[in-house]
Design a protein around this ligand. Structure first.
Ligand code: ATP
Length: 510
């Protein structure tokens, strides 16, 4: 399904609304509706269960969003959490200079792809793309251009050289996609942190930031947690919470938001063992994604070539969103950078005493960091489809179905009396609803014809529908319909719980 339809589906079925929509919305801020909050909570539970409760050596915390302003000085965010900003004077639109330049390189690559496609069509089965790319003069020339552009970009970004970025935009004659003009302002650094003011302190002293990542709440609590839980290295601290970034360009629905939620785990290890753990978490995290039944071709690793100043290795798990492969989760080996910087600025020791080595050291950190909202978008994009199915008369009809893993589905089972105005049926259905609601997220629905009710449940991803009909009144049996196979089985009311229980629980994923 295309991206626009996905967004309207999310709104129509109560998953996601634009924030403060009656005032025309606030850009890149979204609210989760009744089904959205259930799906999001299930994603968070899956993460928490597998990352925290399944590990004896990982514990959770819930740190505050506001932190002492020095936190962000130490972490480098005050000085370096910037994106290069450029405005087009005609359209008044703002862009990230690095993205404009990347877009220029992508356009050159698009020409190469076109040539490759043409050659493929001409040569058929005997076509060897690698050979073609390494021998075709035009492609070689363009590839050289791309490498040069990306190389210059990496150098300018690495050096924080805004003038160099501006020169590239001019030299490559990059135009504003909106106005088509080249009337640009200078490129300047734009800090992505939101700030606000403490009530009782005036001026810079009282300046507070909304945290741009949850990780720092974990670093500053490292010793508190280690001491109070008596964990031994290696061990991890995990957290789910809101983060805020004043993103310059945020146009891809919940992919890039200004207020979002992160699920992060910082794993503290002995210096020198970090690459071992980095590889362990890289693999473990990919398995967490594939356990959900996500097509493995839609997930891939992307190694970072230009590492952040604090990292000695970094990889993204990318997912193929409707607009291409993009970062879903990051796994970073952060060295001892954060703990060391906090130690320096606070003057407080943040070291671990290793009883086996009989010495103190500052642990190294391997982190896994995933955006809850991006995961939500990945799951919906992966699951939402239109498909042809036979209707009640055996004719082809089209249904929209959200084939989420049952453990993530917002509603596990819908209870439907065959007819609305037969008291015997509705009251039997209510009894079934009340007996199941303690165990699962259940919905009772009696409005409209049964076929339409099935379709509504398909559209929100409900794995099972239970129908109460006249036979139920005779022998306490119901039909249970499977969302994916469309098979309807007759089972007794007593069997419902065991029949669906295993399939919709998180246990099946762990
Ligand atoms: P990007 O390059 O896409 O801006 P990033 O490298 O800045 O992402 P990290 O700082 O590594 O992202 O953050 C960890 C995770 O948090 C990301 O993998 C992503 O899932 C999520 N995330 C980051 N920024 C946003 C945002 N603006 N909206 C939603 N999720 C986000």
């Amino acid at each position: 399904m295309d991206f626009k339809n996905l967004i309207s589906h999310c709104k129509e079925y109560g998953f996601i609304y634009q924030s403060s929509e009656i005032y025309d919305g606030l850009s890149a801020v979204y609210d989760y509706g009744p089904y959205g909050v259930e799906l999001k909570n299930n994603i968070k539970s899956y993460w928490w269960k597998s990352m925290v409760q399944m590990h004896e050596n990982i514990v959770g915390i819930d740190a505050a969003i506001f932190m002492h302003p020095k936190t962000w000085k130490a972490s480098g965010h005050v000085d370096a959490f910037n994106d290069p900003l450029v405005d087009n004077k005609d359209s008044k639109k703002r862009y990230r200079a690095d993205q404009l330049i990347e877009g220029y390189a992508e356009k050159i690559e698009a020409k190469n792809i076109k040539d490759v496609e043409k050659a493929k069509a001409r040569f058929g089965d005997s076509f060897d793309e690698n050979q073609f790319r390494s021998t075709n003069d035009r492609i070689i020339e363009r590839q050289k251009q791309i490498d040069e552009v990306l190389d210059r970009l990496a150098k300018a970004m690495g050096a924080g050289d805004m003038e160099a970025l501006g020169n590239m935009i001019n030299e490559y004659e990059i135009v504003c996609p909106e106005s088509g003009s080249r009337n640009w302002t200078e490129v300047r650094q734009f800090n992505l942190m939101f700030n606000t003011q403490l009530g009782n302190i005036a001026g810079e002293e009282g300046k507070l930031y909304l945290r741009p990542e949850t990780a720092q709440g974990i670093f500053v609590n490292f010793l508190n947690v280690q001491k109070s839980t008596r964990q031994k290295i290696p061990f991890g601290i995990a957290q789910i919470g809101k983060a805020f970034r004043n993103e310059i360009v945020a146009r891809q629905f919940i992919f890039r938001m200004r207020e979002f939620e992160q699920m992060e785990m910082q794993f503290f290890v002995k210096p020198g063992t970090e690459m071992e753990w980095y590889n362990y978490w890289k693999e473990t995290r990919l398995k967490w994604h594939t356990a959900l039944g996500t097509n493995p071709n839609k997930l891939k690793y992307h190694d970072h070539k230009n590492l952040a100043h604090y990292a000695n290795a970094a990889v993204d798990i990318e997912f193929e969103f409707p607009f291409g492969f993009r970062e879903l989760e990051g796994i970073h080996s952060r060295t001892d950078f954060d703990l060391r910087e906090h130690q320096n600025l606070s003057g407080k020791k943040l070291q671990y005493f290793d009883p086996e080595m009989n010495e103190n050291y500052t642990p190294y950190v391997v982190e896994t960091s995933i955006g809850c909202d991006r995961m939500f978008l990945a799951m919906v994009a992966n699951a939402l489809k239109e498909e042809k199915v036979p209707d009640a008369d055996g004719q082809d009809s089209v249904r929209t179905v959200l084939s989420l893993h049952p453990a993530l589905a917002p509603v596990k089972v819908a209870v439907l009396p065959l007819l609305k105005n037969k008291e015997e049926l509705t009251s039997a259905a209510q009894d079934v609803f009340h007996s199941l609601k303690k165990h699962f997220s259940v919905q009772y629905d009696e409005k409209d014809a049964i076929g339409r009710r099935y379709r509504r449940q398909d559209a929100i991803g409900t794995p099972y529908c239970i129908t109460i009909d006249f036979e139920t009144l005779e022998n306490n049996t119901v039909t249970i319909r499977n969302r994916d196979t469309l098979v309807q089985e007759r089972i007794s009311i007593d069997e419902i719980k065991t029949k669906i229980g295993n399939n919709v629980s998180l246990e099946s994923l762990l």
